[in-house]
Design a binder for this molecule. Sequence first.
Ligand code: CBF
Length: 811
Amino acid sequence: MDEVGLTVPPDAGAVSAAELRERVGQHLVFSIGRGATAARLADWRLALSYAIRDRIVVPWFQTAERINAADRKRVYYLSMEFLIGRLLDDAVANLGLESAAREAMAGLGVDYDALVRDEPDAALGNGGLGRLAACFLDSMSAVGVAGLGYGIRYDHGLFRQSFEAGWQAEEAEDWLAQPHPWEFERPEASFPIGFGGSVGPGAGDAGAWHPAETVIAVAYDTPVPGWQGRWVNTLRLWSAKPTREFELQAFNRGDFLGAATPAVLAETISRVLYPDDSTPQGRELRLKQEYFFTAASIRDILQRFERRHGDLAALPDKVAIQLNDTHPAIAGPELIRLLVDERGLAFDAAFDIARGCLHYTNHTLLPEALERWPAELLGRVLPCHLEIVERIDARHARESAAAGRPSDDGTAILGDGEVRMGTLAFVAARRVNGVSALHTRLMQETVFGGLHALHPERIVNQTNGVTPRRWLHGCNPPLRALLQEAIGDGWVADLDRLEALVPLADDAAFRERFAAAKRANKVRLAPWLAEQAGIELAPETLLDVQIKRFHEYKRQLLNLLETVALWNAMRQAPEVDWTPRVKVFGGKAAPGYRMAKLIIKLINDVARTVNDDPAVRGRLQVAFPPNYNVSMAERLIPAADLSEQISTAGLEASGTGNMKLALNGALTVGTLDGANVEIRDRVGEENIFIFGLTAEEVARRRAEGYAPAACIAASPRLAEAVEQIASGRFSPDEPERFRAIVEDLRGHDRFLVCADFEAYWQRQRAIDAAWRDRAAWTRSAVLNVARCGWFSSDRAIRGYAKEIWNAETEF
Ligand code: CBF
């Protein structure tokens, strides 16, 4: 730094509004090339982003120097998804520059809030697992883990959702249509990544691989500042480029399209998040994406290690690699391949080194979500890796036999012509973790039961967490201000300090102020909800939200059936003083998931009917704002009163929306599933609304032969709701529209919606009654906030560092 004459600022946040304003002006002119009079909002946003980024770069270098000087163990977090959201406001808050930024922009005649809203959401993920990765990045910087995230720089992130006549329509998302100011392209950090071809004799005993096709992985680095900018890690995303820009000979022949084809094919690899894998081409592309980013990351990791160390046996002491789900599970075979083929190690030595570094997080027990690749496809795209997988499987079989537990079909990596990626990840990992206590126990007892018996020390739990910076400090200014007055701001870096609020739950004046903060959030939300969904949100109305991906096991349908039954009950008894509610649904369905898309259409049809009905006006409304994303979550969560966490018990691995909502003072209505169990344990039975079958009861009901028709017959209100849907009450233009939903509910009901309906209905009526005693409700809400500090992702990252990575934390 000295060589270029830079003065290093003592701390990233030490900048006045006047200085910042000057820097913004300079960037506007010299980086964007625009004068103030011609500047559009996006130009100002970019200029401010560059000015903020300037504050991060030096601490970023300093962090790297500290890590190198201490030769710290590094943690590499490999994830196909990083659902990051907007970065400007987050960076400003982490650096403590909010008032300086507001003042600087006000001085330039620009509204800071409008700037923040102008930033596109970086939506490089589908849902929970991707958002968890983003929270973990933030926390690794907050607690000072020498961490680096690796993923894919998709040109198009998660699709943009709109509704066409109530049906979900998908459109390509284009977050890179404007310059992305937070990243640095690193053309020097690039690796050739091969596919296909053949395996011949080579240096190692696995044979050398001769790929048929090669693309280049090029790195783009984004600095990730932690709280107060004390530590700055890196997110490195890989973009696919062709080995040659275009074929000159074909071009000279006038074959312009042909000349561009190799480039187009190469770039396809990082073009779109999760291509629809319902076609064979889609599946192959997905496999290539997984290998592409994993292989580039592993090479980068080895290169960084070898710059400083000679002995590869020391790799596990200096490197911990976390596989976020099975998508990067090919890391095991790839690392072994590099150690054997390119470094000349013996297979067993290479395997032991790989297993010393690798760790795997499982995020689901749903059989259809556990990745399996046809061996034929893997062999075609990655022939060398298939051979290595076979050798890993053979070694695993030998180890199992030696332990007196011969590996059977349930514990083998290869079976039925497929490669089971969960088993591969387990076998090649030092530690495997679940993401809530219940999920980890179920992993040990069910899907990974055989492997757990063989390696009883391997599966550990690390319950998920969420970053308090984005999910309380950033998204909830009214509550943040109240907390600041009541307990200071130490909670931002140490969320357990929220415990200090416990006594205040019994302080009527504090409760009043807490309720006022919630009201302020609702008032702030109301115009947006009116614009997006045509809903009038009065602050006294109970705001009931279910925001998450659409999946049958998450049971948006249960919520909807209750909505229909409630609508009926209100119409049948208009004299009753019903608790007014606005029900908000938010979420996307996978483009190829027909049932989930039909449920979305049903919600929109019911919403139209209910919202148009004068008989329930002011009492019940249904809102479904399109295109749920991180920014929408940041709007809805602070305003919510009730959090719907109603999955079939045993199927939601953890959930993190449940944590965000409770942390912002929404009470949960939920099943004993995933982290709901731990939320209940912490907030107390009396401050949460639990209902329904437990995971054990669900398993028993299924084993006994569950018959949903009997549940429907036993509940007149459920029967009425189902019949209305069946008869076209909500779809008069096409009465048969929802036949698939009705037939499934009556005949099969895999997710036990009907079995839990009555318990859910009763709990919802208890909630109506509880809402009327606002002092008691607010007391519960305060206790939720006070006791949810444990759900900070800082706690989770400290747990990973200590129990899985064996890595230090700086703070
Ligand atoms: O662990 C993070 C989240 O991951 C999922 O979204 C996933 O992608 N499998 C799970 O469904 C969530 O329960 C979990 O919180």
